[in-house]
Design a protein around this ligand. Sequence first.
Ligand SMILES: N[C@@H](CCOP(=O)(O)O)C(=O)O
Length: 493
Amino acid sequence: MEYKSTRGNIRLTSTKALIEGLADDGGLFIPIKFPKVELNFKELMNKSYNELAFYILKNYFNDFDENTLFNCITKAYDDKFDIKEIAPLVKKDKFYFLELFHGPTLAFKDMALSLFPYLLKEAKLKENIKKEIVILTATSGDTGKAALEAFRDIEGIKIIVFYPSKGVSNIQRLQMTTQEGENTFVFGINGNFDDAQRAVKEIFADVHFNEEIDKRGYVLSSANSINIGRLLPQIVYYFYAYLKLLKMGEISEGEYVNIVVPTGNFGNILAAYYAKKMGLKVNKLICASNTNNVLYDFLRSGVYDIRRNFYTTISPSMDILVSSNLERFLYDACGEDEDIIRALMRDLKEFGCFKLSEKYMDSLKDFYANFADDKETCSEIRWAFLNLRYLIDPHTAVALNVYKKYLKDTDDDTKTIIASTASPYKFVASVYKAITLKEPYGDEFMLADELSKLTKTSIPKQIVELNNKRVLHNKVIDKGEIYDVIKDILKGD
Ligand SMILES: N[C@@H](CCOP(=O)(O)O)C(=O)O
């Protein structure tokens, strides 16, 4: 399998694409063709998560030998997940929640980031790269911690994370600022996720800077979903959930399902779209946004316009206006025409907006989009707890709210998988307030105790342990200082 850039004719093997992260022309790597997998349901239904991951991913990473890939997968999905199933599908009334937060950092990012370091290590070996890999990561809360945990103390790799200092939950911040590991660097920025991601992309594109650090023995890579090593492993769990529905007797072979995804950087929903391209029977992809509803507008009108307020919400991981992975979808939607993508991305950079030509509007029909504001998100957390006896985090609540809007708009009774992307305990203050209708008091750990008693759910051990950890990274920088900070870390040590 080869990978090519959405903006040009660069073609690479998967191992090279994994290391480079972002293409030199600023584009994102995509597989040159999507493998169709044979869906022998009887056989697949009984596969473990690992076996299914291997079955799907060997199509994308076929320049790894099969034993190596299988070993990487086995090491990734082990007892660092708190449940053997890895990604359980939980039925509550008529709702099916795909719980993707059972990994070490309690968010869906663990699903790919548990595997990605192993793939990167093998890719480095295969490409005979002796240089140290420096992973640059922009985060709105969850990717940062998952990447730090995944890469900590891995020889030959440094990881540098930038998060919006005023745009993450207290638990998310503590998870990152207490990170151990000699090779980890964490910075809050005075700015938002888009500022961090823009700076990281500019650094990737700076030829002079890259030549300079090359001489010092470094090469840059990314742990965001712009990297195929982050994106492709996310396809697996949509197949897994479908097979689980079959096994539970909720659907029959070949029946269509909908998938709802709370969406920020468009990676998780794109993985579902790719699953559909591979042959999974998906009817609608339901894109759920918070008040930063740029994707809702785009999927309804074809106009993507980031000239608007940036809101800090109670679902901070989705506080994003520039959704990187939309470029991969656009590439597909516009008949794989790199010229069109270059023009759209130029418009976005120069004018802050672009418009999809009328002739490609049909491609948006795979999607339904809507959004929930903070008030609706709170009500949904409360509703789910009171009516389903199920505790959900604000991002999952956005998804549930949008799914209800979809039901109202369409009356579609297709069985629907809701991606449940984070543990409610990562957003304990918002969840506490939503359920009790009281202002949160004290610190996050007292609130977690209260919430646990109130809801009879247990506090994940990662949160309990966090209380005793020392803050090791307390620097907050201006968004304009990101370059200098990276230079400083890499200056010939
Ligand atoms: N929601 C993310 C933002 C970055 O998205 P990614 O999937 O591209 O890493 C976060 O929590 O950081």
